[in-house]
Design a binder for this molecule. Structure first.
Ligand SMILES: [Mg+2]
Length: 311
C-alpha cells in the first residue's frame, strides 16, 4: 500500500507522517530538503551485503521524447551506473519495455543485466533467455504485424516489431486512435484470439503475449541470487508498479513522477532528479555500503582478505 513504511528505519520522527506530508496517499518525496529519506537509505546500505540497483530506461534514465528513437543515456547517468557496476558489491540491471537489443545498444554498458520487453527477454552473465511462451508466440506475432502493416498502409501510423511484442504508434494521427485500436483487435482475433494482451500508452497500443510475467517477475529473477543485498528500483510508468510490488519491504522503490497510485516507497519529480539520485548512490550510497561488512567476510573492511595470501 502506498504510504506504508518501506520496511527500513525511516524513523518515526519524520514529523509530517508517512503520507508525504500533503494529506494524500502519495509516498514521501525523496528530496524533501531534510535529507531524512536519503539517511534512511544510507542506513540500510550500511547494513546490507551489497546493492542491486535496478532501473527503468525511458522517462527514468532518459527523458521521454516524441520520437522513440531519440532517447539516449545521459553521460552523467552512464558514469554513475558504471561506478555502481564497478563496486565489488554493486550490480546494475536495466528493465524496460523496449526490445532487448534496442535497450542494450541504447544504454551500451557492458557487464550489467538487461531485461527487455518488460522482462520477456533477459540478458545476464552474458546469456540471453526468452520466456518460453513468448518464444512460442513469435510466429503468430509476425503474422499479426504483417496484417497490421496492411491495415495501416497509407496512414502515418506504424508498427514497431519488438520480436516478442509489438507497439503500434499513432502519435502523428491522434484522430485515428479508435481506428487503430479496432485494427489491432481485428488482427489479433484473426491470428491468435486470446494469445495477446493489448495495453494502451501515450499514443501507442502495445501487444504482448498473454503470459503471467512482468517487470516484477524480471526484478525477482535478477535479484534472487543476491540475498542480503539491498534491491533498489526506479521507474516512472504503470508497468513499473509490478516491480515496486515485487520489492516488497525488502527493497527501496522510487517512483519518478507525481507519486499518485504507486506502490513505491518514495517519489522524485523527473529524470533530472534521477540524475541527482544516481549521483547520490555513486557517492554517498557507495560510501554507506563501504561501511557495511558482508556476512561472509571479516568485519575489518580495511583489510582485504583476498590480497593477503595467494597470487
Ligand atoms: Mg519508463
Amino acid at each position: 500500500m502506498a504510504g506504508e513504511s518501506p520496511g527500513g528505519d525511516r524513523g518515526a520522527g519524520d514529523g509530517d507522517g508517512a503520507d508525504g506530508g500533503d494529506g494524500t496517499d502519495r509516498p514521501p518525496a525523496l528530496f524533501d530538503g531534510t535529507g531524512d529519506a536519503l539517511a534512511a537509505i544510507a542506513d540500510r546500505l550500511a547494513a546490507a551485503d551489497g546493492l542491486s540497483f535496478c532501473t527503468d530506461f525511458d522517462g527514468t534514465l532518459s527523458p521521454i521524447e516524441d520520437d522513440p528513437d531519440a532517447p539516449e543515456l545521459p553521460p552523467e547517468n552512464r558514469a554513475a551506473l558504471e561506478a555502481l557496476r564497478d563496486h565489488d558489491r554493486g550490480r546494475v540491471a536495466v528493465i524496460s519495455g523496449r526490445e532487448l537489443a534496442d535497450l542494450r545498444s541504447r544504454v551500451g554498458i557492458e557487464g550489467i543485466a538487461y531485461a527487455g520487453n518488460h522482462g520477456l527477454e533477459v540478458l545476464r552473465d552474458g546469456e540471453t533467455t526468452v520466456h518460453p511462451v513468448a518464444k512460442k508466440r513469435q510466429r503468430d506475432l509476425e503474422r499479426i504485424v504483417d496484417d497490421l502493416d496492411d491495415r495501416l498502409a497509407g496512414t502515418d501510423c506504424f508498427v514497431e516489431d519488438k520480436s516478442v511484442s509489438a507497439t503500434v504508434h499513432y502519435r502523428e494521427e491522434p484522430d485515428r486512435a479508435e481506428a487503430v485500436h479496432e485494427a489491432v483487435e481485428a488482427a489479433v482475433e484473426g491470428v491468435a484470439p486470446g494469445g495477446f494482451e493489448r495495453s494502451t500508452g501515450k499514443a501507442i497500443v502495445e501487444l504482448t503475449p498473454t503470459v503471467a510475467w512482468d517487470k516484477g517477475g524480471a526484478l525477482s529473477l535478477l535479484t534472487t541470487d543476491f540475498d542480503g543485498w539491498l534491491p533498489v528500483y526506479v521507474g516512472d510508468d504503470t508497468t513499473d508498479e509490478a516491480a515496486f510490488r515485487a520489492l516488497g519491504e525488502e527493497g527501496v522503490g522510487v517512483h519518478v513522477g507525481t507519486g499518485e497510485d504507486t506502490a513505491a516507497d518514495y517519489r522524485i519529480d523527473d529524470p533530472s532528479a534521477v540524475e541527482r539520485l544516481l549521483d547520490w548512490f555513486r557517492t554517498e550510497g557507495l560510501a554507506a555500503l563501504d561501511r557495511s561488512s558482508p556476512r561472509d567476510e571479516s568485519p575489518e573492511p580495511s583489510v582485504s582478505p583476498r590480497s593477503s595470501t595467494d597470487t
